[in-house]
Every structure is written in structure tokens, then in C-alpha cells.
Write a protein that binds this ligand. Sequence first.
Ligand code: PAF
Length: 285
Amino acid sequence: MQVAATIADARLAVGRARAEGRRIGLVPTMGALHAGHVALVEECRRLADFTVVSLFVNPSQFGPNEDYDRYPRTLEADLAKCEAAGVDLVFRPTADVMYPRGVPSATFVEVPGLSHVLEGAVRPEHFRGVATVVLGLFEIIRPDLAIFGQKDYQQQAILRRMVADLHVPVAIVTHPIVREPDGLAMSSRNIYLDPAQRQGSRALWRGLEAARRAVAGGESDADRVRQILRAPIESEGEAALDYAEVVDAETLERLDRIAPGRPAVALVAARFGKTRLIDNARLTE
Ligand code: PAF
């Protein structure tokens, strides 16, 4: 496995692979890798011939009062997991490499509309930070495909819109959520949960499952599905609900009715102490 810390070294390694006719796949991450990331790498290895993982805790997607400083940084363990998973190249730039003029003076990419609802309503600059760093990674690696987890549903919807609008020649692949045996979606932030919060966090999955069952059973009133979705979270003492929404799967517009031919997704966010968790489930295909 090759490890590059500079753009020049990353481009050299990818350029060699491309010259050999290999299809390049990218798995962008912020490190603190868990089994969910490993599943993304495995999927990438199935779809591409040269798998690149980026490890970069991106400062521009954290708000002033968020967890940038305490975000877990586990480089040695991440490299070992990448090696074991068969990654070809790890790109692990520093903030100076990705933002040579510093974050405050950086050029940003904005995806309007989609970026300011749901997560974006609570984290107003988050998605412009994500879109900017991902476009930068696409420019450096020039992957044929890039894989993102469905857990960050809004993120993958925004990145799909960004590559469509800017004609970026990369296929965005969304990998299903990888869950703990009790249903909690895997996330690098789960390690912040104390035992009571960890127990309480199962309410997210219970809400999503109940909503899915209701829709499968014929419920089409989106407000009724929202009530079903939020009920287990609101009755969980450890949780403070931020939102429980039912939206169009592509435009993220709030739905009144769940109708055939218009894929719908349920999205939830809740705080458990200082830790904010998000989760989602497709309600219809
Ligand atoms: O999903 C993440 O881990 C991050 O938002 C990403 C896509 C790596 C950009 O920093």
C-alpha cells in the first residue's frame, strides 16, 4: 500500500495506475475508520481496480462550536485497516496542503437549496465545506468513481447535484448504511456515547423501522409517518430530537404524501448529550 501526504505524490501514484489502464475508485473519509468504512472500501475494490482512501479531518465543514478539535484522529490504526482491506493508496494531506491560503481565504463551492435544509439548517456552513473538500479531492485524484455512505444521506444528494452541475466526470456510488447488531448506524461519533446514551440511541432505528413498516402497510400521509418516526425518539429520555422528516429522495423537498413514482426517505437527527447522531431509511424505492 502506498501512502501520499502531498498532492504531487498522490497524483504520481494515481497517474501510474491510470497509465496501466486501471479504473480509479476513491473513498473519501475523515479517518477514525470503522466497519462501515471498510464496507465502502470493499465495495470500491469490487467496482474499481485501484482503490484510494483519503484520510482528512476537514476543518471547513465544522462550525465554530463543533467537535473539530476533539474529532477522533487515529492515523496508525486507520493505515493498518486500509492495508488489511487491500487499499492501494492512502492520501493523507494536512490542512496546509488542502487549504494553502488557509480556510478563511479559501474558494468555496456552494450547492444552494439542498445545503440549507435539514442538517444545513442547524449547520449552515457544513455542506459548503464538504462540497469544497470533495471537489478538491476529485481534482487531485480524478477518480472514475467515488463511494459515500448512505448514513450521510443529504451529503451524497448534495455531491450528486454538485458533480451534475459542474460536469465532473465521476460516478457517485451510495453504499447502504452499515449498522451495529442492534440497529445503530455505524459512525465515528458513536464512541462519544456513554452507556445510557448508547442504549437510548437505538430509538433512532426504532423510529425509522416503524415508519418503514407503516409505509409498507399502506400509510401515505407524510405527517402521520413523521409522527410515527418521532414517537420512539421523543419518548427516549436520553434523546433531544432535532428533526424527523419525510422528504423527496432526490430534491429533499418536504412531502405531504408518499406516492408511488416519487421515492421518499425518512431522515432523523437527535442529540444524546453533546453528541449529535443522524440516521435515515428509504421509505419507497
Ligand atoms: O463523510 C465524511 O466523512 C466527510 O464529510 C467527507 C465526505 C470525507 C468530506 O470531508
